[in-house]
Design a binder for this molecule. Sequence first.
Ligand code: SF4
Length: 583
Amino acid sequence: IEKRIPDPSQTQMLNRLWELQKSNGYIHDDDIKELAHLFNLSAVEVEGVVSFYHFFHRKPTGKYTIYLNNSIIADIKGFHRIKETLERETSATFESVDRTGTFGLFLTPCIGLSDQEPSALINFYPFINLNVSRVKDIIAKLKNGVLPETICDAPADNIRYTPASGKSVFFKEFIPGTAIAKLTDIQPLGVIEELKKSELAGRGGAYYPTWKKWNAAKVQAASPKYVVCNADEGEPGTFKDRVLMNTQAQSLIEGMIICGYTIGAAYGIVYLRGEYWWLKNKLDEAINDYRSKGLLGKNCGGINDFDFDIRIQMGAGSYVCGEETALLESLEGKRGEPRTKWFFPVERGYLQQPTIINNVETFCAAARIIEMSADQYIKIGIAGSPGTKLISVSGDCQLPGIYEIEWGMTIEELLQLCKADDPYYMQVSGPSGECISVEEKFRRISMLDLLGQKDIRCGGSFMIFNKQRDLVKVLLNFSEFFKNESCGICTPCRAGSFIIQRKLERLDNGLANEADLEELKSWGTIMRNTSRCGLGKTATSSLIMAMDKFHDYFETKLDKNFDGLNLKFDMNAATKDYEEYKI
Ligand code: SF4
């Protein structure tokens, strides 16, 4: 498959590293030298790539490498019991390997299974809804030589709700070839017009009009052009793209083909997060099926002179690679550090060529719009927000899973649908999104983003917390996540996320006073205003909002008599701490 798409060598770096990691359990010194020679790089450059990704290790990770999810949803569903049981049963401690080299235990922040927590990956095979006896059973079987792939789970899709009266956009039957068959009647400009009429906007959270993005790549003179699917949904609490890829791979493939046809690209790449290795075979099968039917490859879909093919690139455990320019760097086999934005990817993206990057939901929606026509699509939803939106619901509710809602649904309706359990606080669009109290349940979910209006945009994650959940612990979990995922390239995010996590720890331990709250706010603002990419800019959004909306609650966490002065932060010390932590 790789040979079909002419990539210069370093783009294969992650694939070579995965082969080594999977076959040997780690990347050996000699591997670094060999890769440096192969890709004409220095050993330090290769080392830099290896050290960037959580799933590449420089020490053995055990015959069975276990990644246990420690997201806040896992936490409230029994993560600690599972963690203790794993340590007891394997005789390993987390972030290390047992003495016999059999079990390696590691924590990871989100594996896209928030509707089935606690969950873990063992040698990248999924294990869901874990409890103590199940963990004991799994470990006993592994000790007896049973292979993880023979006892792993098939995660449920949990599609809980779709709109009535045939208004489901995503989950109705999709016959391969139906969307691309329409291309014989409409020219690329016709696709742009349909997308414009549909008002489809990027579903990764930025909501940039899809037609504008595709048109901007279409008018570029440079060639070749590329179509990249961002299947790196790493925002804790988000798992809708997992379900789409598992159930609707065909509409994803056709969305990419339609994009390729529109902008004049011949190559598509799905950047699939490393946590979804278990989905790769299924996607490969769907791609091969399209090839065998003549729907991919030369004269793709029967369209003369339109050649288009797709390959999958596995990521390796890095949240920031969901940022589009970091993703491009990663695709090129480098550290996934966000680029300085001299150019948009539509001008200079993958290998400095015009590139469209959209996420899975956007490509699936584009295929459905071409299949059903924009005229039909805009009949669904509300004015200014036509169509439907997929929401991943998790946390304190009886029915976690995927909800395909018509835009315009209120928070209250969604809470009722999922049978929320005494909701108190919701985190919308993941840790980088918006925190809302139950008093805001009248607000609608829509794409409308007008100041003064009360609608909520939702990137796809909707986490529910009831009154028993300690808000500071939730925020502490988020801050730890951002601290671990910061690429470290710019100071406000690198040091700020570290400082904020320390401050929240103090608040959690009753060792903070009013001054600490002020410092939390001011660091949050500094990060938002001065960080280089979206990760740092949004990492403190929910903290700042929570401090405003739940001011009384934060007051109860303070020790008014505590003299916090001698605990004031020293920036140099914090940065030093950070460096040690990273090492
Ligand atoms: Fe890296 Fe954070 Fe700066 Fe983004 S904001 S470039 S993740 S350090």
